[in-house]
Design a protein around this ligand. Structure first.
Ligand SMILES: [Zn+2]
Length: 318
């Protein structure tokens, strides 16, 4: 294992089947990694100019959750999953390394869409019906406003066990690393935009001529309108859909599996279901670190105050 655990930089090239001597491939990887970072910065700046980060809805605790999860996912959690999966593959199944490297690009894209994006849809959906899983996804929904920084607010274990990341690592081992270089930034771009207060999709609804295009777009990928509805406080407002619109890159999964709601509007109140705001390290490291407060649902894996995420908004009484 030691020869694999060198440093992340070396590893990513090795795992994505890219020779460090090939300048084009190195550039592709650099571009692939830069796109989400640049998008995050640009969208964040636009949101800040719009005043998003200067109200009192986002506490210091929220900021810490957002920055820590944003940093740990790409530098620790995802690389660890990739290293482990590929080490297992190289050790026990070496004959399958690069097995699909010559598979048609279309099939490789489909493999990522199904094994990464569709499994993430189900992982996300399960997190809204299972009370234990909800505790790992909860940091994503307790913040009372939207914005790009909401995108990666989830407990570390939510990502560590996410099947899509493990299956992506398997596909890379099987030789699909090159397609992943394109797939991942596109997916991240759609997800960041779907959380962003810039609401890029507004222009699609502003002109009747664009309506047919909007009809297609809002059914194919996640848009701010459909994803904001997922974050909305209560379905009573006629716009929010807290128990649906689970898609990440593709919204098609919500269409297929019957959880889609499209209104072309945006909710005004967001996820304030649980009024207890546990410290950032409890929210991110639960159940490894738990709340000291017995009334918190993060006090234990099962508490008598467990929130049932499948039920629409109820007043938190404590
Ligand atoms: Zn959710």
């Amino acid at each position: 294992m030691l020869d694999i655990v060198v440093n992340n930089y070396e590893i990513s090239y090795k795992f994505l089947n890219i020779s460090r001597n090939n300048k084009d491939d190195m550039e592709n990887e650099l571009i692939s990694k830069s796109i989400p970072v640049i998008m995050l910065l640009v969208l964040g700046i636009i949101e800040a100019i719009g005043g998003l980060y200067f109200n009192d809805k986002r506490t210091k605790n929220d900021w810490t959750i957002e920055l820590v999860s944003l940093l740990t996912l790409p530098t620790i959690v995802q690389p660890a999953i990739f290293i482990l999966t590929i080490w297992i593959g190289k050790t026990w199944l070496p004959q399958y390394e690069d097995y699909f490297v010559n598979l048609a690009i279309g099939w490789q894209i489909l493999a990522f869409l199904v094994l990464d994006d569709m499994t993430q849809y189900w992982w996300h959906r399960l997190s809204h019906s299972n009370r234990m899983m909800w505790k790992l996804h909860r940091p994503h929904h307790v913040v009372e406003e939207m914005g790009v920084l909401v995108t990666y607010r989830n407990a570390i274990l939510y990502y560590a066990f996410m099947p899509g990341i493990w299956l992506s690592a398997c596909l890379i081992f099987l030789g699909m690393g090159y397609v992943y270089l394109f797939y991942l930034p596109i997916k991240l771009a759609v997800i960041l935009l779907a959380h962003s207060e810039t609401k890029w999709d507004r222009f699609l609804y502003s002109n009747k001529l664009l309506s047919p295009i909007a009809w297609v777009v809002e059914r194919v990928i996640s848009t701010p309108s459909t994803h904001f509805a997922h974050h909305g406080l209560t379905a009573e407002d006629g716009v929010s859909h807290p128990n649906g619109n689970y898609g990440n890159l593709l919204f098609i999964w919500d269409m297929i599996f019957g959880t889609a709601k499209i209104t072309r509007k945006y909710p005004t109140k967001f996820g304030a279901w649980n009024q207890i705001k546990e410290p950032w390290y409890v929210q991110l490291l639960f159940p490894l670190i738990r709340s000291k407060r017995p009334e918190s649902e993060l006090h234990s894996i099962r508490t008598k105050n467990d929130y049932d995420p499948s039920v629409d908004f109820k007043e938190f009484d404590s």
